[in-house]
Design a protein around this ligand. Structure first.
Ligand SMILES: [Zn+2]
Length: 280
């Protein structure tokens, strides 16, 4: 099987123009991922792209098989993952078009399978152990630094740090929910950032979130609140430069075997009870 070292979970805008893309279907113990993996190269680095919502965007955030997605990426050799996503801003000063690289995460989802250590047997009969990983700092420090440098290099001044609160969706927040999120001091709100970061940590993958503000959330703006149309328009207006930042970030990431961050040793001393997928 073709292999990769870096994974990008995003929309089709991030891989559809690449030459010599290899499409690979991967099965996992958790069922199929959102779509095939699309393997290609950026700046000499082997990258696997995964359309988070499936091609054609048919999967709503709460139906995405996050466990299968992370497992599939690791099983082709990926150890570092970039997770760009559209978010609403909880602060008027972070308007549409803002790139924010969060350093914290709050989970407000409700129904998602969000751990590999749930005590249930895998199809091959192995039973995961009870393992508690640290998620105090949910994002890879090396990945964050690489992303921030890449944005500066493209003259798109990023917001360095902030808290991403992840809601269940697919509806947007009520005004009261949004005001509450803002009152906590949180920065942006999205629907897919969790459980991606948590699952990555459980598989000792580096995970970096790059959030693109597409709208002011109901509690931060005036008027009717967020519309889906507004989100799509703002995303389209910024997709090219976001792609540029992603590519430069990929180029700047360390080799997988040179990782010296906390993510790479998240399971130190703990036996997951099953074999992590290895890839090549
Ligand atoms: Zn890391």
């Amino acid at each position: 099987m073709a292999n990769a070292e870096i994974g990008v979970i995003g929309g089709s805008g991030f891989y559809s123009f690449l030459d010599d893309v290899t499409e690979v279907q991967v099965e996992t113990p958790y069922g199929p991922p959102s779509d095939s993996l699309f393997l290609g190269e950026i700046a000499g680095r082997k990258v696997a792209f995964l359309p988070r919502h499936g091609r054609g965007h048919h999967l709503p955030p709460h139906r995405i098989n996050y466990r299968a997605n992370m497992w599939a990426l690791r099983s082709v050799g990926v150890r570092q993952v970039l997770g760009p996503c559209a978010v609403g801003s909880l602060r008027p000063e972070y308007g549409p078009g803002t790139l924010l690289v969060p350093d914290q995460l709050v989970d407000r989802t409700k129904s998602r399978a969000q751990t590999y250590f749930d005590g249930l047997p895998l199809p091959d009969g192995t039973v995961p152990n009870v393992v508690h990983v640290s998620l105090a700092d949910p994002y890879c420090p090396t990945g964050r630094t690489s992303a921030l440098k890449a944005a500066h290099g493209r003259h798109w001044e990023p917001v360095d740090g902030g808290t991403l609160v992840v809601i269940e969706g697919p509806r947007f927040s009520t005004r009261a929910e949004s005001l509450w999120h803002r009152a906590q001091g949180w920065s942006v709100v999205g629907m897919t950032g969790h459980p991606e970061a948590a699952l990555a940590r459980e598989l000792e993958l580096c995970y970096t979130s790059l959030t693109l503000v597409t709208d002011l959330d109901a509690g931060a703006g005036t008027g009717e609140g967020v519309s889906h149309e507004e989100v799509l328009q703002a995303f389209a207006a910024n997709v090219d430069r976001l792609r540029g930042v992603l590519f430069d970030t990929v180029a700047a990431l360390p080799a997988n075997e040179a990782r010296d961050c906390l993510c790479a040793n998240a399971l130190n001393g703990m036996d997951p009870g099953f074999q992590l997928p290895q890839g090549q």
